[in-house]
Design a protein around this ligand. Structure first.
Ligand SMILES: Nc1ncnc2c1ncn2[C@@H]1O[C@H](COP(=O)(O)OP(=O)(O)OP(=O)(O)O)[C@@H](O)[C@H]1O
Length: 941
């Protein structure tokens, strides 16, 4: 027993706090006083056998501290009394520490000497050091309580209290802290406003602690100690980088924050302000409207690369139904909003009523200093502060961003203008300045809300970081080989930045919440990309599969984070970028790289693009296997084309006739023509080309000298289906019993018509994406496939575009399509093209518009033209636009009508970029393709 007593006594003098007091951490005591030790002690003591088991269990359950004290004062046998007087309550003797004289006398027995009682009372404090745990709020400590603070040093003081950096004994806390350190903020005085502020801060922080917001300083716990006056303490997580005020002044510790981190820090800060302004806790089923009221750099901490919002002593969090205006409590500081003081009159300032926009003003002020810091460093901040100093009334000067309740400080705008003219290459600077201007609007009602600030600030920070990464990507890329996979990833990243920028520009910040972006996720991915790019510099084989796979997966995450509509913008930009590649070799490898990844459809487009360039350059290999020598066993007309069966075959084929001028049939020109045909057939035979939606697979070509024509031979996709031209269907009459033609016209249901329209748009859009103009869109070049046994409506299905062969020819003189270049085909062409203007995409849209009109009215253009006898090309177009297009309103709806109208008038309209659309193809997509797809209920994205 003596030996155990000696060891406990040693433990008593092992730990000494910063105030020189000894204490025994609970865990250390329990380690020493194990169950074996306790049982051993009981076994050698004077206790009756039948008492021993219960006693051992009772001590282990919660009396080891009392037992230790009794051992040290040589009264261990009295431990039984602590149980005898527990009135069979479940609490344990240790739980009842600290004892007072009466309760102790009851436990120790009435015969216990006073000296024993005194010694216990004195000794007990050594064994009851508090255990600091999270969310222990408002604990009251006796003045004798020994706190396990191993070291303590002052880190600053504010108007309300002093702050100390404290190291807690590792066995005396269960806090998630680094190095066992916390900041203890101690209230300076106990009277008046300070106590109220303390209590308010405590209440606010306790509520905010439930949010566990990464940008709000973490309150771990709080306590009050009677010393003998009440001393109020808040225990915070340590912010390791000092305050933002110190950073801006150049007095910060550590590395500080670079520009991107600072911008991200402000996005985090905006998020904290938003959390305060719109406090919501599902756990507590609570929604409150908050206001910080004292936003200033000294109340913002730097922690790692985060900014933390602190000091909630003046803040309010209240029920949203309550009036959210508050009388401003203090008028100090440079960041105070103009509405915070009602009037200034001979040095006396009347406080005004403030609400959340006042915080927004302060945020804007702080942001402007931060921007100055980024661009000009601490001396710039100093200059800004000095220059904005104004004398408000005689003898009263301040550095605020206004000069009275309704007057802005004119210097601020001048300063922002100066900042804006710097850093030309950095597009985010002007965005930050725009945001600052918005926050510094004198009318509080017109300032942005915290959610708008959060969105805008997050967008700015993301764009700034992305721009830096683009540079890094360039520099690392420039030194590497032209590995197509790496070029592709760079393109994907750039296209993502493009789509993001468009999203931020177009997002209506007045109605936040409609389209949201997970900025947290995006920032993390951007950080990972940064690391991966840095790795590339140090890697021997930088574009090895592994590195690229990492970058590809990061890019994919970014792309998937875009709202659906902007995923389409991304895709379009990627196509545009890829189309800039002029080298055939690069196009080829880029196309293969894409076909392996997420954008395989773009890869296929690129492959076709490559083929078309090769075809135009006459470099497409001439393939003898595409020359068809069979004669035609049967032949019938398919409008201007043919439906035939080749000798010895069992399936029909479609023949696109290309007629040449007989005078060219001499040997030399004939050879050239043959070469051209061979090139076209190779292009249309390639599986990538025939995989384009709305096209047919070309098997090859043959020469029919007797017709001075070549025939391009196409496969029928499902051979039992009957091909019919759209023109034929438009003209068709409903069959009557006995197969007699009725006078009633055949009209497929609307959904069939929308489907045809939609598919044709898609086909033209894809062709244009790869810069392939069709040049011959008309309803005789649209082939539908009637399933076997289907009648009427079902004939109008699965439309495909013919005429692609001739479209590769620059000159209209090489071939004419069909047996004769029918005058009625003229109606599909834009008058300006007919007047010899160079062919452009708008002319394809015009022709497509005419076909869409035919589909909409379900009447051929030839039929329509019969009502316009003698009209020249221009008059014809005008009559169509003015008279026939409006009829679509009734047959197909307004959206369809507008789509057709756009096709027929886009050439006349000056190119416009103001609605955010960059190219005609973009416009076609939104104005026509998506409109029609939307009526049809199909997402064309
Ligand atoms: N959690 C913390 N981590 C690191 N340092 C802190 C922490 N809390 C306070 N400090 C330091 O202690 C100083 C005093 O903080 P305190 O919140 O008491 O006053 P203040 O905000 O600077 O002034 P005022 O109360 O007048 O607004 C701070 O400026 C900061 O340097």
């Amino acid at each position: 027993m003596d030996e155990l007593q000696g060891r406990i006594d040693d433990l008593r003098f092992e730990y000494r706090n910063a105030a020189g007091e000894f204490f025994v951490p609970e865990a250390a005591l329990f380690e020493l006083l194990s169950e074996a030790e306790v049982r051993n002690l009981i076994n050698i003591g004077d206790w009756e056998h039948h008492e021993r088991e219960e006693l051992a269990q009772g001590i282990m359950r919660g009396a080891r501290k009392c037992l230790s004290i009794l051992l040290l004062i040589n009264a261990s046998h009295r431990i039984t009394g602590f149980f005898q007087h527990d009135s069979m309550q479940s609490s344990c003797p240790d739980d009842r520490l600290p004892y007072n004289e009466d309760s102790l006398r009851r436990a120790l027995g009435p015969d216990s000497p006073q000296r024993l009682i005194n010694r216990f009372l004195e000794m007990q404090w050594t064994f009851m050091t508090p255990m600091f745990k999270q969310h222990f709020i408002s604990r009251e400590f006796d003045r004798s309580m020994i706190l396990p603070f191993m070291s303590e040093r002052s880190v600053g003081s504010g108007s309300m209290g002093d702050a100390y950096l404290v190291k807690i004994h590792p066995q005396c806390h269960q806090l998630p802290i680094l190095n066992h350190e916390v900041v203890r903020k101690e209230l300076k005085q106990r009277e008046g406003e300070n106590v109220q502020s303390f209590m308010r801060e405590l209440k606010n922080l306790s509520l905010l602690a439930h949010l566990n917001h990464p940008n709000i300083v973490k309150l771990h716990c709080s306590y009050v100690q009677d010393l003998p006056i009440k001393c109020y303490n808040l225990v915070f997580d340590v912010a390791d980088g000092g305050t933002l005020a110190e950073l801006l002044d150049g007095r910060h510790k550590g590395l500080g924050l670079d520009r991107h981190k600072l911008l991200l820090g402000f996005a985090g800060l905006a998020s904290a302000i938003d959390a305060v302004h719109n406090f919501t806790s599902t756990k507590m089923d609570l929604q409150l409207t908050g206001c910080h009221h004292d936003l200033a750099p000294r109340n913002i901490f730097v922690h790692g690369d985060k900014l933390l919002l602190a000091d909630f002593g003046l803040s309010t969090l209240r029920n949203p139904q309550e009036d959210s205006l508050t009388m401003f409590k203090d008028v100090r500081g440079s960041y105070v909003a103009p509405e915070c003081q009602k009037s200034i009159d001979q040095k006396s300032i009347q406080t005004g009523r403030v609400s959340r926009p006042s915080d927004i003003w302060s945020f804007g002020c702080i942001l402007s200093e931060a921007l100055t810091y980024i661009l000009r460093g601490p001396p710039g901040v100093e200059e800004f502060r000095t220059k904005r100093l104004v004398e408000v009334v005689e003898g009263l000067e301040w550095r605020r961003f206004h000069v009275g309740p309704e007057k802005p400080n004119p210097f601020i705008e001048e300063w922002l203008y100066q900042l804006g003219s710097e850093e030309k290459g950095e597009n985010w600077v002007s965005r930050v300045i725009d945001l600052i201007r918005w926050t510094l609007i004198m009318d509080p009602g017109r300032r942005p809300t915290s959610s708008q600030i959060l969105f805008t600030m997050s967008g700015i920070a993301t764009l700034a970081l992305s721009a830096a990464l683009e540079k890094l990507w360039d520099s690392s890329h420039a030194t590497k080989t032209n590995n197509s996979h790496s070029v592709l990833e760079k393109f994907r990243f750039e296209s993502w930045v493009f789509a993001l920028t468009m999203f931020l520009d177009q997002h209506d910040t007045q109605t936040p919440g409609i389209l949201q972006l997970d900025f947290g996720l995006i920032t993390n991915v951007l950080r990972d990309i940064h690391l991966a790019l840095l790795d590339l510099h140090n890697d021997d084989d930088p574009f090895s599969g592994h590195q690229l796979r990492i970058l590809r997966s990061h890019n994919t995450t970014l792309i998937q984070a875009l709202p659906l509509r902007y995923g389409t913008v991304f895709r379009h930009h990627l196509v545009e970028q890829s189309m800039q590649i002029s080298s055939m070799e690069k196009l080829d490898s880029m196309s293969s790289a894409m076909r392996e990844g997420d954008e395989h459809d773009i890869g296929a487009l690129l492959a076709v693009r490559r083929l078309t360039v090769l075809a135009d350059e006459g470099k497409l290999t001439h393939r003898s296997d595409l020359i068809i020598n069979n004669t035609l066993a049967t032949q019938s007309k398919l409008g201007i084309h043919g439906l035939a069966r080749l000798d010895g075959e069992s399936e029909d084929v479609i023949i696109e006739w290309l007629k040449y001028d007989p005078s060219w049939a001499d040997d030399i020109i004939g050879h050239q023509l043959r070469n051209r045909l061979s090139t076209m057939a190779s292009l249309l035979n390639d599986e990538t080309t025939s995989a384009l939606p709305g096209t047919l697979h070309c098997r090859g070509f043959f020469h029919a000298p007797e017709l001075t024509s070549f025939g391009l031979v196409y496969r029928i996709p499902a051979h039992e289906n009957t091909p019919r031209t759209l023109y034929e269907l438009l003209e068709a009459r409903r069959p009557e019993p006995g197969d007699k033609k009725s006078s009633e016209r055949f009209r497929p249901p609307l959904e069939y018509r929308f489907h045809i329209a939609s598919k044709l748009c898609r086909c033209v859009y894809n062709l244009h994406e790869i810069r392939w103009l069709h040049r011959n869109i008309h309803s005789m070049n649209v082939i539908c496939f009637q399933p076997k046994g289907a009648r009427d409506a079902e004939a109008a299905q699965d439309p495909r575009l013919l005429g692609l062969g001739a479209s590769r020819e620059d000159s209209r003189n090489s071939f004419t399509q069909g047996y004769d270049d029918d005058a009625q085909l003229r109606n599909y062409h834009h008058p300006r093209y007919l007047a010899q203007e160079r062919y452009c995409a708008e002319f394809d849209y015009y022709s497509l518009g005419m076909v869409l009109l035919e589909v909409g009215l379900w009447a051929s253009l030839a039929k329509v033209a019969q009502n316009l006898p003698g009209a020249d090309d221009i008059q014809f177009r005008k009559a169509i636009v003015d008279k026939y297009v409006p009829r679509l309103d009734l047959t197909m709806g307004t959206a369809y009508m507008r789509a057709v109208q756009w096709c027929l008038t886009c050439y006349e309209e000056s190119p416009s970029v103001d609605d955010g659309q960059r190219t005609r193809s973009d416009q076609f997509k939104t104005m026509v393709m998506e409109r029609i797809a939307m009526i049809q209920g199909v997402d064309q994205a």
